[in-house]
Design a protein around this ligand. Sequence first.
Ligand code: ZN
Length: 191
Amino acid sequence: MSYDDGPNDPYTLRLLDGLAKHDVKATFFLIGRYVRQRPDIVRDVVQAGHVIGNHTFSHPHLIWQTGPQVREELWRCRQEILDAVGEHSNLFRPPFGGRRPVTLRVARQLGLVPVMWNITGYDWKAPSVEYIERKVMPKVRGGNVILLHDGSHSAFGYDRSRSVIVTERLIARYQAEGYEFVTVPKMMGGV
Ligand SMILES: [Zn+2]
């Protein structure tokens, strides 16, 4: 499982509770300006054993950004996370999945590895938990990177209760079927 746009009070912490209940480690792509607001939540995420990655400082669509602007966004997010928890993963997820050659070149120069997803729950616009399940479940084959949101790029405190509920339901269902939920670095062959 991977989560974008946090940290977000209270949903990131609720998600940590749900993940802990099922002994699952996930990957969180954080927005720098929210990290600055709530570094304490970021520390809790790391302490719980999850992986955190860079989701830019202010969540712009990087397709419209120049190289120096992309560098600034990635650099500022990195600094905020460093201030909050110190060294972390080199993973980076572009907002809206938007990238072009200059985006990837700058990321590479900063030592960042882009991580996309291959299943999205469309939870940012989902009217119900069942809606999210219907988007995710038909696509689960194993080896998937599932994208959900613990926060929102447009507002801190945005209601993500559906994403929290669906997380527990998906994990319970697929663990019972024998699937394992791991972090992105572990899936990529690391530890
Ligand atoms: Zn995002």
